[in-house]
Design a protein around this ligand. Structure first.
Ligand code: ZN
Length: 309
């Protein structure tokens, strides 16, 4: 499959200015799109990624100034991870410490070094050292040097009561294969995906269910082209008794959504048309972009949205 793996991850944050500061200044990612929540245009939808916002490098947030904190539990994403070059582990260890990032620790999983921490809203994030990616182009905003920059999404870890039903959706519908186990976690990989190739299923048995709020991941989107998306949706209906939504136009991609058997909201998003459809790559994320139906209300919307850097 030429387009496989994770397309983007969407999470809930608290105050937007703090979210922008953390992901652009501390982690050095690029704000590639500043738009509004299409279902709630009084709040932002912020997209972070690499220089051009390639699918597989994207983390997005719905920031609500006064959102209550969420709680990680069954049926939720436990951790979102990004790829860094092996040679950048020392740089990031020092940087996270220097920035006073909460709960930073180093772990080994599936043979790789991971720096695990919490973002300002309590969302668990990891930077995973991937051998051999030093030559992949990194983007620098002048704070984090290009050679140490995050190189797209590594993967997600889902906390589930049972892993197998979710695993079947990954392998039978979304183009992943099971590649190994580490304790109670089973790893799945999308063959050929340059970014976002990893989904870990952490089977926890009976445990508290997750509670959505700031610091919670809202959904995980997987990549497809138009034909692949239609085929995946059909397979969900015919083989798994799951009815995905109709295709929705998200301006930068077209999406269908479904709840996987473990309770996590999944999306299948097309690569097309991408983030350069309404502004040039050189100035991605600088202007507030609105879908056409909200354009007549731009001044009211701009007056409602809080200021961000
Ligand atoms: Zn999405």
């Amino acid at each position: 499959m030429s387009q496989s793996g994770i397309h983007h991850i969407t999470a809930i944050a608290g105050p937007p200015a703090r979210n922008v500061d953390f992901y652009t200044n501390t982690l050095g990612m690029r704000l590639v799109k500043k738009t509004v929540n299409f279902d709630d245009p009084g709040t932002y939808h912020l997209y972070y990624g690499d220089e051009t916002g390639q699918p597989g490098t994207i983390l997005t947030f719905f920031p609500w100034e006064h959102a209550a904190p969420g709680r990680v539990g069954i049926g939720e994403t436990e951790e979102t991870s990004f790829r860094i070059p092996q040679s950048a582990v020392g740089y990031w260890t020092h940087r996270l410490l220097e920035k006073g990032v909460a709960a930073t620790r180093e772990e080994r999983r599936f043979g790789d070094t991971a720096l695990v921490f919490k973002d300002p809203d309590g969302m668990r994030v990891a930077l995973v050292a991937v051998p051999g990616i030093e030559s992949e182009t990194g983007w620098s905003n002048g704070v984090v040097p290009a050679e140490s920059a995050v190189r797209g999404v590594h993967g997600v870890d889902l906390l589930l009561e049972k892993a197998a039903p979710t695993g079947r959706i990954l392998t039978d519908v979304l183009g992943f294969e099971e590649i190994g186990r580490d304790g109670t976690t089973t790893r799945y990989r999308a063959a050929g995906a340059p970014f976002g190739a990893i989904v870990d299923l952490h089977e926890a048995g009976q445990f508290l269910r997750g509670q959505s709020g700031r610091g919670s991941v809202h959904h995980i989107a997987f990549r497809a082209d138009e034909a692949g998306q239609a085929a995946m949706a059909e397979r969900l209906r015919s083989e798994h008794g799951i009815r995905p939504t109709e295709q929705l136009d998200r301006n930068y991609f077209r999406s269908v959504y479904f709840r996987e058997p473990g309770g996590v909201l999944f999306e299948i998003a097309t690569d097309d048309p991408g983030f350069a459809i309404d502004e040039p790559v050189a100035t991605l994320g600088e202007a507030l972009k609105l879908p056409n139906n909200y354009e007549p209300f731009r001044s009211e919307i701009e007056a409602t949205l809080p200021a961000i850097a």
